[in-house]
Ligand binder design. Structure first.
Ligand SMILES: Nc1ncnc2c1ncn2[C@@H]1O[C@H](COP(=O)(O)OP(=O)(O)OP(=O)(O)O)[C@@H](O)[C@H]1O
Ligand SMILES: [Mg+2]
Length: 385
């Protein structure tokens, strides 16, 4: 069993060198959208006085590296949750009889970046919403940058949609697949995610852009049906990567992931234009995944001459074919029973698909804001009553 031990998890040095040469994402739009954590337009360098403010231990706890090492069995491979993500490695541990997820970020902190990290943690610790993961604490010892969150036992949305084993869900803590999500559960997850995202865009001061919305960042608790609770994870991490580690776009684009962040990136964001509508695009892809049971992009047919076909492209092509019944053609096979079993099942799927297609409009101006999306999903949910 490999352990991280004293040397800590592998650093991202090589990838960071690569990313620097690619150039920083150019930002546009209003200053509060493009620099969500930057208050009053102050630059990173001019915020020195902020760093001296200590974090409130009642809202966010400072952990020691040895404490975290102890509760993860020396950062044992067996304690690792899922494959490594773009920002770091997640371990499962127990602190005071409570299950936690410990995210050890890639990269090493310097004295300066350590202060910046604490400033970012302070911002994250102020974000509170039932559908956003809560930050329990952090660790910034010996150059390491660690965030501690509650552990979610129901796996992530990808695990559940694509029938992947969830660590700890089986007998004796082994990995096991959990039952597929029903239509009402999927719509409820969409609604909960829209609520969390609305808070980030319109309720948080300053607003926060997520920039990495995707299935693995939607975490589920152990509930089912109306008791199923979902939270959005990893908001603020894109900002930490940039501000603390000076890591750029390639951390956000992870072609190695199962679904791949690649399929979630809005066209204008890829070109460097960042706004809340980029999150709305990714959210639309998430809705499409939930309705179709297909991943954000899949290998294209050889005859098309392209390597990948994105999910929005596939659904749009069927929607444009007037002789095809869109619901019957694209709906996830495991939702077929719910089309007839749920009251207005077919109409709910149709409306979710049409809403998702608006969210993935190529022109960002044509996409709705997330508060409108939330309201629309609320109406769709009511169709089953
Ligand atoms: N608090 C948590 N509780 C349970 N599982 C978690 C928690 N946080 C993360 N995970 C799971 O740990 C795994 C790794 O997560 P991580 O966030 O590092 O990678 P990712 O989501 O695939 O990519 P990214 O780095 O872009 O977020 C994923 O399967 C994720 O769903
Ligand atoms: Mg994640």
């Amino acid at each position: 069993m490999a352990s991280v031990g004293l040397s800590g998890p592998p650093s991202s040095g090589a990838s960071r060198t690569r990313s620097r040469s690619r150039g920083r994402i150019r930002r546009s739009g209003r200053s509060d959208e493009s620099e969500p954590h930057e208050s009053h337009g102050r630059s990173r360098r001019s915020r020195g006085s902020d760093y001296s403010e200590s974090l409130d231990p009642r809202t966010v706890r400072l952990f020691s590296w040895s404490q975290l090492q102890h509760c993860t069995n020396g950062f044992a491979e067996a304690a690792q949750v899922g494959p490594q993500g773009g920002f770091g490695i997640v371990y499962r541990g127990t602190v005071e009889e409570r299950e936690v997820a410990i995210k050890v970020m890639r990269g090493a902190l310097t004295a300066d970046s350590s202060k910046q990290f604490v400033a970012e943690v302070r911002t994250l610790s102020r974000v509170h919403h039932a559908n956003l993961i809560r930050l329990i604490g952090y660790c910034q010892e010996a150059g390491r940058c660690v965030l501690v969150y509650p552990f979610y036992p129901g796996g992530n949305l990808c695990d559940r949609l694509f029938n992947l084993p969830v660590r700890g869900a089986g007998a004796g803590g082994s990995a096991a697949c959990l039952p597929p999500l029903g239509l009402a559960e999927r719509i409820s997850i969409g609604y909960q995610m829209a609520q969390g995202l609305r808070y980030l865009h319109f309720g948080a001061h300053p607003p926060v852009l997520h920039r990495d919305i995707k299935g693995t960042n939607v975490l589920l608790d152990g509930g089912a049906g109306t008791e199923l609770r979902a939270v959005l994870a990893d908001f603020g991490l894109a900002r930490i990567s940039e501000q603390v580690f000076d890591t750029q776009q390639d951390v956000l684009i992870q072609p190695s992931c199962l679904v791949g962040t690649e399929g979630y990136i809005a066209p204008e964001y890829r070109a460097g234009e960042l706004s809340p509508k980029a999150d709305v695009y990714s959210f639309g892809v998430l809705l499409l995944e939930m309705m179709t049971g297909r991943t954000a992009r899949e290998p294209a047919l050889p005859s098309t001459g392209t390597k990948w076909q994105t999910l929005p492209e596939w659904v749009k092509s069927i929607h444009e074919c007037r002789n095809l019944n869109i619901v019957g053609t694209v709906v996830d096979r495991s939702l077929r029973c719910d089309l007839t079993r749920c009251k207005n099942g077919e109409q709910m799927v149709l409306e979710m698909l049409l809403l998702a297609l608006q969210c993935v409009e190529a022109d960002a101006q044509l996409r709705p804001n997330i508060d409108v999306v939330e309201e629309r999903i609320g109406h769709i949910m009511n169709l089953q009553r």
